[in-house]
Design a protein around this ligand. Structure first.
Ligand SMILES: Cc1cc2nc3c(=O)[nH]c(=O)nc-3n(C[C@H](O)[C@H](O)[C@H](O)COP(=O)(O)OP(=O)(O)OC[C@H]3O[C@@H](n4cnc5c(N)ncnc54)[C@H](O)[C@@H]3O)c2cc1C
Length: 667
């Protein structure tokens, strides 16, 4: 078993960051002009990195498969972004954010990276405000905050329910300025198909123009992968339809270790699955748990009556409701972290208390918040606090101003008015904590190849706290990578531009073209989606919210068999010289079919429960996740060896020097 320890810097945390700051001077402004960097992906991580690298003076080529960076998955982020500003004076601090994130991740993330994240969190807000991002403000004009799960302070900055979109517009504006200056060359509708290595270093990519089908070569001194998460390996997830693992998987195949693939986040507040026809699930932002109370009926007869349409949830008396999160976790209540809330919902539904036709839904109820806010408003306005109709109207107004767009979205999808009747929610796949392994500088195990944002594994351990993905993506993009990358590029100032008419580029391009032809010539019976859907079902049933050894072994065998069938029987219509979504998707599903097996292998290997990874064999008598610190305080970084089943495990031992490792409790 190999060790990655030598790549992790030693010493006190603060020095690590200071050391890297000193590397800024290693590439002078004049020399930066001689260096080309490819950034694959222009979501929040990639757009912020592209803009900052260009601002520093590097020549940047940025790629995205959408028609504009503005359409990256990042725009889906609704709830907010964390920063340890302590604007509420509630005792927040860099250390507190660091502590919450390590604890929230169930002590499976790298201490140094998380501390750096907490340190730069406050800079992100300043940067974005300077760009004009319209964060919500309180009555006095100061930036407002709300709380997210797993924390006892209010540190989440937000822009109504559109935080990701507004942040991306800020980063995109910064990028556009550099595009205008000629420092960024933007390749929309281009998909990275492979990484090109020369003498073991990342020296470029093969990309495909998705509109014309042309396969292109692009050389650079370094390649940054910011391609997002792989939750769509489950087919149904809250991720954008195009989100995929391919860029990360291609670099894995070329030597980048893939870390903790089984660490997936299942978000507790999503609109429940309604049938077989769906291709997408919808998140109801976690911000709703600030005011919504989660419950199911206490009595099974009431559950049946609700399901049969004989009883409405609003008719159920307070004493007949089980606010199970408040009951089980009195300290955090409805604001427990996502893994805890998701498992608790599953536990109630598995016990038969699910409130919709499929038995997989719990209530998220705003009635109490509406009355609370309504009374407050009546008091402020000097109106009658005992007038129930008035109080309800005023309260609904407050809730509308906080969450109006989310309520509207729910009503459009479910056709029920959530101001009048509780929302129904159920957990769904949402985020992947696993990803490409990176060192402290965010470099993968391939020299010159970096991974940032959701594509890497670095900061969230086994469970991500709400509003911390945007923080990590923008920390990586604005404040970490642009400076740490100089450490590597300092040796490249005399290299000259990277030639692409070389045997290495020839071989990589040929492999890409051969794969495209393989798909087009297969002429099998089944669509790409047929395989994706089947893969998703295996993943959800056997690698989902709870996992056991038997199911995981079955999943590995089932996915391998499905992959073999895919290569025999897939049918990809159209040609390679036109805009062909099915062809693009075939490549992505082929990679999911490999990742899925590695995912199951990783989950099988980790016999402990931690964060989002719940092994049925490892739980406390109360049904809580039971970690095994003695045997599993490490990052599982897998080395590619062809078949996913043959991947070799490299361990990065996790050492906690600044934080005491404890059993996670939110009671
Ligand atoms: C519904 C929803 C709500 C969320 N809300 C929040 C929230 O409130 N707060 C929070 O902190 N987090 C939230 N998250 C998580 C957060 O949105 C994501 O983790 C984050 O936006 C990921 O950013 P990214 O830049 O890493 O990747 P993405 O935004 O996914 O961008 C990936 C980029 O890579 C490109 N790409 C991918 N593959 C290729 C390829 N092969 N070739 C070329 N380009 C490629 C894409 O075109 C895109 O530009 C939410 C997630 C979801 C699903």
């Amino acid at each position: 078993m190999a060790s990655l320890d030598s790549k992790i810097p030693k010493g006190p945390l603060s020095n690590k960051w200071t050391n890297h700051k000193s590397h800024i001077n290693l590439v002078s402004p004049a020399n930066k002009r001689l260096i080309d960097i490819i950034v694959v992906g222009t979501g929040l991580a990639g757009a912020s990195a592209s803009a900052t690298l260009a601002e520093l003076g590097y020549n940047v080529k940025s790629f995205c498969f959408q028609d504009s960076p503005r359409r990256a998955h990042s725009i889906a982020a609704q709830g907010g972004i964390n920063a340890a500003k302590n604007y509420q004076g509630d005792g927040d601090s860099t250390y507190r954010l660091f502590y919450d994130t390590i604890k929230g991740g169930d002590y499976r993330s790298r201490e140094a990276n998380v501390h750096r994240l907490a340190e730069v969190s406050t800079n992100i807000i300043d940067q974005c405000v300077a760009q004009g991002v319209p964060f919500a403000r309180d009555y006095g004009g100061l930036l407002d905050n709300r709380s997210f799960g797993g924390v006892l302070v209010s540190r989440t900055f937000y822009a109504k329910g559109q935080t990701g979109q507004q942040l991306l517009l800020g980063a995109y504006s910064a990028m556009n300025r550099q595009i205008g200056r000629g420092k960024i060359k933007m390749y929309n509708r281009h998909e990275m198909m492979d990484l090109v290595l020369v003498d073991g270093k990342a020296r470029g990519i093969i990309a495909r123009n998705l509109v014309t089908g042309k396969v292109e070569r692009h050389g650079a001194h370094a390649v940054v992968v910011a391609s997002g998460g792989y939750g769509n390996v489950f087919f149904l997830s809250t991720n954008a339809m195009g989100s995929n693992v391919s860029a990360g998987w291609k670099i894995h195949q070329k030597g980048a270790h893939f870390a903790n693939p089984c660490f997936t986040q299942i978000h507790p507040t999503c609109i429940p699955v309604s049938g077989d026809h769906q291709s997408k699930l919808t998140l109801m932002s976690e911000s709703l748990r600030n005011d919504g109370r989660i419950w199911v009926p206490k009595n099974i007869d009431d559950v049946k009556a609700i399901r049969d349409g004989k009883l409405s949830p609003t008719q159920l008396k307070e004493e007949d409701r089980d606010y199970y999160l408040e009951r089980r976790y009195p300290a955090f209540g409805n604001l427990v972290p996502r893994d805890v809330a998701s498992r608790a919902a599953k536990e109630r539904c598995d016990a038969g208390y699910g409130v919709n036709a499929t038995g997989e839904a719990v209530y998220l109820d705003f009635a109490a918040a509406i009355i609370r806010y309504g009374k407050e408003q009546a008091h402020v306005k000097g109106l009658d606090e005992n007038d129930a109709v008035l109080v309800k109207k005023l309260g609904q107004g407050v809730v509308r101003s906080k969450y109006g767009n989310l309520f509207q979205m729910y009503e459009k999808i479910v056709d029920q008015n959530p101001y009048e009747t509780p929302m129904m929610i159920y957990p769904a796949v949402h985020y992947t904590m696993g990803g490409v392994w990176v060192d402290y500088n965010l470099m993968t195990s391939i020299p010159g190849c970096y991974a940032i944002g959701e594509a890497n594994f670095s900061d969230h351990g086994a469970n991500r706290l709400g509003a911390s993905a945007l923080m990590q993506g923008l920390a990586d993009g604005y404040f970490v990578l642009p400076y740490t990358i100089g450490d590597y590029l300092a040796d490249d100032i005399r290299t000259g531009s990277i030639a692409t008419h070389t045997p290495e580029f020839d071989a990589a391009e040929k492999a890409v073209v051969d794969k495209i032809n393989l798909f087009l010539n297969s002429k099998g019976e089944h669509s790409v989606d047929y395989y994706h859907k089947k893969l998703g079902k295996i993943m959800w049933d056997k690698c989902g919210m709870s996992r056991n050894a038997e199911g995981l072994k079955e999943a590995m065998a089932d996915i391998k068999a499905l992959r073999e069938d895919f290569y025999e029987n897939v049918n990809v219509p159209g040609t390679d010289s036109e805009f062909n979504e099915q062809l693009a998707k075939a490549g992505r599903v082929a990679d999911f079919l490999e990742l899925g097996e590695l995912f199951a292998k990783d989950a099988l290997d980790r016999t402990e429960s931690c964060g989002g990874h719940f092994r049925e064999e490892s739980q406390t008598p109360e049904g809580e996740a039971m970690r095994d610190d003695e045997n599993f305080t490490f990052v599982s970084a897998w080395e590619y060896k062809g078949e996913p089943a043959d991947a070799v495990l490299c361990k990065e031992e996790l050492k906690y020097e600044e934080i005491e490792v404890k059993t996670r409790s939110y009671k």
